[in-house]
Structure formats: C-alpha cells, structure tokens
Design a protein around this ligand. Structure first.
Ligand SMILES: [Zn+2]
Length: 296
C-alpha cells in the first residue's frame, strides 16, 4: 500500500495548495483523504492519494455498480433506471456533436454505452482497466476491449472519444489526455463528463457530497478548471451540457453518507430538484456536466 503526494498542480503547474476539505471513503475503506485546492488556479484534487499500483483495492466493493451490473440494492436499481434514460441521451448527444464514424469510449465500464453506439451505426472501441468490467463489456459489445494500452490504436483515427465519469479517476491526467487527443482526427470531438464541484449539491452536502468519492476520484473539476486543463491541451470547450439525473443520484448517495439522515426519498427529490433549478436559474453549475471540446 503506498500513497503519493502531488507537488505540482496538474492543471497549472504551481505548487501552493490550501486544504479544502477532509472526506471519508464511506463506501470501501473508511479511510479519510484530504482535498486540496491550488491557490493559483483553483483546481481541487485529492492529495495525497493512493498511487496507481495501490488504487485497485479501493474499487473492491460489490456495490461498485459501474463495474458489476449484477449488483443489487435500491440505489443500484435507481442507477440502472437512470442508465436507461441517460444512455439514449448520450447517443443522441454524440450524434449531434460528432460526425458518425469511429468512437473510442475510454473507461467503458460494462460496455452499455458502446453497445448503444454500435446499435446506432458507430464503429466502436473501448478501454477498461477493471478485468471484471472488461470481460462483461467484451461480451456485451462483441469485440475485445483494451485494458489500458492506448498505443494499440491508430493515431488520428477517431471521430469521437468519450470519457463518461472517467477523467476524475485517471492517475496520469495530462499524459492520458495528450494520448487520447492524439487519437482524435483533426476535427474529432472529445466528450468529457465529470462531477461539478461548484454545483449547489456539492455546496449543500460538503464533505458528504457523494461525488467527491475519494480516493477513487482524484480530481474535483469545475467548469473553470476543466476548461483551463483542456485549453492547455489545445482543446476548446464548445458546449457544456447538464446531466440532470446526476443531481438526484448524487443526492441519494450523499444522504446515505450523512450522519443525520434526511427524510429519505423526499429529501433526495427535493435536493436534486433544487440543485437543477438553481443551476438553471443562476450559472449552469449542474451536479455533473458534459463538456464537448474540439481542437482550437
Ligand atoms: Zn493550479
């Protein structure tokens, strides 16, 4: 078991951080982790964090549903219902912002999105490090899924690359982005969905906000910091789209985290609704956001 401490901000490279929050991993290890914020650019990240060789055991939970679609329980049922709706929306979004052709889903989990793309006429490829999820995705998609080797793909060959709630898990953030962008055609589209640390539900739940999900989430992006990171990689954010169901899902998990429980379902619905309504009224800071980016 070993931890590593980032000395430089992965977004801007500066070295001065302030402690922002201490968050407990309530779903697997019960360990606490510090989230720090770069004083120069405002980027928030888990620091120190388990290194890449040690992070595996923090995913070892039968509840970790995106790696195991047979997982049971109410929250997982809700997740599956939400998945049904979001999958259709994701494919519709993809068709709107990218030219149909080859797609790479990086961190494809159990392969539901890729299967939906394939059914919609896309040529699909996937990468998934978790062996269990990869085996399931291979079966669902009907072709081999890469474990993590981006060198296996032809440079400048993809019309679209998607990372649905994946970038916040990636240890080598800049190197991975660089490699992925190298796989995009010159006019290819990069689609990145991540939780939004500036959302009303993040502010409401604070250290209990489920989308902190330490130490699995290594970074806690806001529209400002993700845009800055992509800009560094010569990518320009063209559109930012809300993922409305996430406010409910994250609120449901967050209520579970709180010491004093709320009133169950009603509280969840109210918090999720308020988060979306506030984001719509004010500044577009939804619980999770999907960023559509292209080369500058
Ligand atoms: Zn910074």
């Amino acid at each position: 078991m070993s931890y590593e401490r980032l000395e430089k901000c992965p977004v801007c490279g500066k070295t001065d951080f302030r402690n922002k929050l201490v968050v407990e991993d309530k779903s697997v290890s019960q360990e606490s982790f510090a989230i720090v914020q770069c004083t120069a650019c405002g980027f928030q990240f888990t620091n120190p964090r388990p290194d890449a060789a040690s992070i595996g055991r923090y995913y070892e939970s039968d509840e970790y549903v995106s790696h195991n679609s047979a997982a049971a329980g109410l929250i997982n049922q809700a997740y599956k219902i939400a998945r049904f709706f979001t999958m259709r929306r994701k494919v519709a979004l993809l068709n709107k912002v990218a030219r149909k052709g080859k797609i790479l889903d990086y961190g494809c989990g159990t392969g539901h999105f890729l299967a939906a793309c394939k059914a919609n006429g896309w040529q699909v490829q996937g990468v998934e490090p978790s062996p269990r999820a990869r085996a399931e995705a291979t079966k669902r998609v009907g072709k081999p899924i890469e474990a993590d080797n981006l060198g296996a793909f032809e440079p400048s060959s993809f019309d679209a690359i998607t990372l649905w709630h994946v970038l916040e898990h990636v240890h080598d953030l800049n190197d991975t982005l660089r490699q992925l962008i190298g796989l995009l055609k010159p006019d290819g589209t990069l689609i990145i969905a991540v939780p939004n640390v500036d959302s009303p539900d993040a502010q409401h739940y604070r250290q209990d906000w489920a989308a902190y999900d330490v130490p699995r989430h290594l970074y806690h992006f806001s529209p400002k910091t993700l845009t800055q990171l992509l800009k560094k990689h010569k990518m320009q954010v063209q559109e930012t789209l809300p993922m409305m169901l996430d406010a409910y899902y994250v609120s449901m998990l967050s209520e579970k985290n709180r010491a004093e429980r709320g009133e169950g379902l009603l509280t969840v619905l109210r918090t999720g609704y308020h988060s979306n309504a506030q984001a719509a009224r004010r500044d577009g800071n939804y619980s999770s956001l999907t960023y559509v980016a292209k080369r500058k």
